[in-house]
Design a protein around this ligand. Structure first.
Ligand code: SAM
Ligand code: DTB
Ligand code: SF4
Length: 342
């Protein structure tokens, strides 16, 4: 049986996180299961109705990703081409110069993005010149009138406070999957480590961006568990990226069975229903989705996406293709700032 064969899911890592189930719950797993089980038309109709109460259903917010440090990551995330554990085509690139990042921010702004999301293949943030440079990147992006987001791995409270002081709007840190499936995907950190970083981010007053990946061979119950965790965080995330696994050659998940389209749409709809005020972002994997599939996702409540022909290392649809798709849907790119959203 392969590392991600069905049998392996008999192994659960829940015991490692006994504290998490004791938190005060606002929505139960059972309620989330029931939403998933609704007839598709009822589910999408309900999600679209909630979407309209909170958001412009014809609006979509665009973020642009920049990989500010690429590859040679010590973590073993089984989906990731940037892990040093796997033989992939991703080449190590050291931390980018601040000016180079700001050049890319100008281009992103001109293309309609109002948020720059800077990602580093780090296990965690370390104090020192590299973190100082990231602080300068955040300040520079803010001075251009854009929202700034970073995703740098694990983070301590004093580091989150420095990012907040620099003007950071969002910190992206995904829970990725359910607590009980986490150890089947990543062994070099725990689900609790993820929650601790989100806590540090929240304490600093930075908005949380947290979501997950679908199509890693996880079960419906794992998707229920992921959404349950996200929706029951002490404060619901401002952004919820829903990634469709990019099956990167050389990673243990290179041959994973792709997630069914309708199951993906159901997940978007349930996320919208239980986190009505969040930006639900169609993230990695759009390159494998038809325009019709993306239309279904927008109908089900997605209202954000990544712009530009590259994610961090993987492909994304070109800007021309995306703009043509949005035009054909009569959808508009939103540029309003997060202050209006919360
Ligand atoms: N190193 C930091 C971390 O892991 O938090 C930040 C960068 S990491 C690449 C950001 C997120 O990208 C991961 O948490 C994961 O959810 C997503 N991601 C990475 N590789 C992916 C893939 N092949 N397909 C879909 N999503 C992926
Ligand atoms: C998120 O949830 N998805 C983005 C962003 N947050 C950092 C990253 C997707 C990465 C896809 C794989 C790659 O480009 O290597
Ligand atoms: Fe490293 Fe982040 Fe990739 Fe995991 S997802 S291997 S932490 S870059």
């Amino acid at each position: 049986m392969s590392k991600f064969g069905v049998m392996d899911y008999a192994k659960a890592c829940m015991d490692e996180h006994p504290s998490k189930v004791k938190r005060d719950e606002r929505i139960s797993r059972e309620e989330i299961r029931k939403l998933y089980d609704l007839p598709l038309m009822d589910l999408v109709y309900r999600a679209a109705s909630i979407h309209r109460e909170h958001w412009d259903p014809n609006g979509v917010q665009m973020s642009t990703l920049v990989s500010i440090k690429t590859g040679a990551c010590p973590e073993d995330c089984s989906y990731c081409t940037q892990s040093s554990r796997y033989e992939t085509s991703t080449k190590y690139e050291p931390l980018m110069q601040v000016q180079e990042v700001l050049k890319q921010a100008v281009a992103a702004k001109e293309s309609g993005s109002n948020r720059l999301c800077m990602g580093a293949a780090w296990r965690e943030v370390k104090d020192g010149p590299q973190f100082d440079a990231v602080i300068e990147m955040v300040k520079g992006v803010k001075s251009m009138g854009m929202e700034a987001c970073v995703t740098l791995g694990m983070l301590k409270e004093h580091q989150a406070a420095r990012l907040k002081e620099a003007g950071l709007d969002y910190y992206n840190h995904n829970l990725d999957t359910s607590p009980e499936n986490y150890c089947n995907v990543i062994s070099t950190r725990t689900f609790q480590d993820r929650l601790d970083t989100l806590e540090a981010v929240r304490k600093a007053g930075v908005h949380v961006c947290s979501g997950g990946i679908l199509g890693m061979g996880e079960s419906r119950e794992d998707r229920v568990g992921l959404l349950h965790e996200l929706a029951n965080l002490p404060q619901q995330p401002g952004s919820v990226p829903i990634n469709k696994l990019m099956r990167m050659p050389g990673t243990p998940m290179a041959d994973a069975e792709p997630i069914d389209d309708i199951e993906f749409v159901r997940t978007v709809a349930v996320a919208r229903l239980i986190m009505p005020k969040a930006r639900v972002r169609l993230s990695a994997g759009r390159v494998e989705m038809s325009a019709s599939m993306q239309a279904l996702c927008f109908m089900a409540g997605a209202n954000s996406m990544f712009a530009g022909d590259k994610l961090l290392t993987a492909a994304n649809p070109t800007q021309d293709k995306d703009l043509a798709m949005l035009a054909s849907f009569g959808m508009n790119v939103e540029v309003k700032a997060y202050q209006d959203e919360h």
